[in-house]
Design a binder for this molecule. Structure first.
Ligand code: CP3
Length: 343
């Protein structure tokens, strides 16, 4: 189906546009009262994720309400650990928790992986198919997965953490187990993303949310090669790689077989371009807390950002929008981008 608003797809092909496309990481859920309303009717987050009709509905809400140039499928990066046999719970106001995190290589040897894991995620592919039908070609649909390292971090740590010290310790003390686990996660992600593409997503984003807590040496060994393998395998649609806080790896990320690199707000557009190199599209990167400031400040910062990126740019925040961001400010951010015209 032809996509009417093709700003994002054009930008990812390197074609010129009148302004950058705009969407927000974590736009589905978190900020919209319509999301809360549906969410509160259910037993919890996981019920929403596993009910395709509702997942499709909350995917489309921000497109209607905010006027963004892309939808991102409502799901979570943690569906992959679950499909591999490591169940999670989502605890209100606390976040994810794994009752039985991985401790040993024996447990890793027993995990489901590859297509066997991916085939358990039929509810995600159904949500993609329903969303595509309901979007009716209005905007492209982004599918996503966590990066292997970020998923390993949750599976070993057992939940969120400021330092993920258990997961980092695992890399240093159980090297071959870590590599085996990363291999199995990577194989699962590749099958999963291919199925999502088959179901209809137009773009893929890889979230390496915990890239920045690794030393450059650990990142080189335990994160980058696995992302690289995914990028080499996914050729059907454009791929955006977002390795949060991995400024030290921007040069290497620039050489990946992907179309775009996401930047967090700790890197200026100029430095980002210099380190990533001239080829790739850059995505980002306003500090999400800027959306607590007043409308004038938001507009000024958006204009400055777009100027600084100088094209080949997808406007976004430097990480997901925070849950208590005033909706009117999110709209102001989107409108400021949409009001911009490249000289
Ligand atoms: O971008 C979108 O709007 C699509 C939906 C989406 C969710 N999670 C829904 C969600 C996406 C892309 C994710 C990815 C995700 N999940 C990441 C990578 C992105 C990032 O922010 O770095 C991570 C690290 C997770 C793991 C996760 N899921 C955490 C830490 C939490 C709890 C806190 C929170 O709100 O992020 C979740 C739960 C979650 N995933 C919610 C939503 C809307 C909130 C749960 C609720 O409604 O109660």
């Amino acid at each position: 189906m032809k996509i009417k608003n093709d700003l994002l797809l054009k930008t990812l092909k390197g074609e010129p546009t009148q302004r950058p496309p705009v969407w927000l990481m974590r736009q589905a859920g978190r900020i919209l009262p319509q999301y809360r309303e549906i969410r509160n009717r259910l037993s919890g987050f996981i019920e929403l994720v596993t009910t395709p009709e509702l997942a499709a509905e909350v995917t489309i809400q921000p497109v209607d309400e905010l006027g963004v140039d892309a939808a991102i499928i409502f799901s979570d990066i943690l569906v992959i650990p679950e499909a591999m046999g490591v169940d999670y719970e989502m605890i209100e106001k606390k976040g994810p928790s794994f009752p039985n995190p991985i401790k040993s290589i024996t447990e890793i040897e027993q995990l489901t992986f590859g297509e066997d894991a991916a085939s358990k995620l039929e509810y995600v592919y159904d949500a993609v198919r329903i969303t595509k039908r309901e979007l009716g070609g209005s905007v492209p649909l982004i599918g996503f997965s966590g990066a292997p390292w970020t998923l390993l971090a949750y599976m070993i740590e057992g939940g969120g953490s400021k330092t993920f010290s258990k997961a980092r310790k695992f890399l240093h003390t159980q090297e071959s187990a870590a590599i085996l686990l990363l291999d199995k996660i990577t194989e699962s992600i590749i099958s999963y993303l291919k199925n999502k593409i088959e179901a209809g997503v137009d773009v893929i984003q890889i979230f390496d949310s915990w890239a920045g807590i690794l030393s450059p040496q650990l990142y080189q060994k335990y994160s980058l090669p696995f992302i690289s393998r995914i990028c080499k395998e996914i050729n059907e649609v454009p791929v955006i790689v977002f390795s949060k806080d991995a400024w030290f790896a921007l040069g290497e990320l620039g050489k990946l077989d992907c179309q775009a690199i996401g930047l967090d707000w700790t890197v200026s557009p100029q430095i980002g371009r210099q380190w990533v190199g001239p080829e790739k599209i850059l995505q980002g990167n306003l500090d999400p807390t800027l959306l607590y400031a007043d409308g004038n400040q938001i507009e000024k910062a958006v204009t400055q950002m777009i100027h600084d990126f100088k094209g080949k740019h997808i406007a976004n925040l430097g990480h997901g929008v925070y849950p208590d961001t005033p909706l009117e400010n999110v709209k102001c951010f989107v409108e400021a981008v949409k009001g911009f015209k490249y000289p």
